[in-house]
Design a protein around this ligand. Structure first.
Ligand code: FES
Length: 106
């Protein structure tokens, strides 16, 4: 597994982007104490999601938002619940939080 960061680097309802050893860019967010990771690719036009660094959430920090056309995605499932790619999913990255406080991906 690849260690991406420590849990304290991703506070509740914030998001952070990371480059992986596989050459992809992912982002991690925390909601209600759980961590979620996705590839930084919008299913609409395959673009990166964020406009400003580490800004993947909407104004209320309730959903993941694509900055290009404003699609909203569920933090928990990655499903687009509003916008041009309604019903499509962000590509989830399976993660594990280990006892050392690190967030790891496959
Ligand atoms: S590119 Fe993301 S909503 Fe259009």
């Amino acid at each position: 597994m690849e260690k991406i960061c420590m849990t304290e680097e991703v506070p509740e309802r914030e998001s952070r982007t990371y480059d992986t050893m596989k050459g992809t860019t992912i982002f991690i967010t925390q909601k209600d104490g759980s961590f979620y990771a996705y590839q930084n690719v919008c299913p609409h036009l395959q673009t990166e999601l964020e406009y400003l660094e580490n800004q993947f959430l909407d104004q209320d920090r309730e959903y993941i938002q694509c900055s290009t056309h404003g699609a909203l995605f569920s933090v928990e499932t990655g499903e687009c619940i509003s916008g041009p790619c309604l019903g499509d999913f962000l590509e989830k990255v399976k993660l594990e939080v280990h006892s050392d406080g690190g967030i790891y991906i496959d």
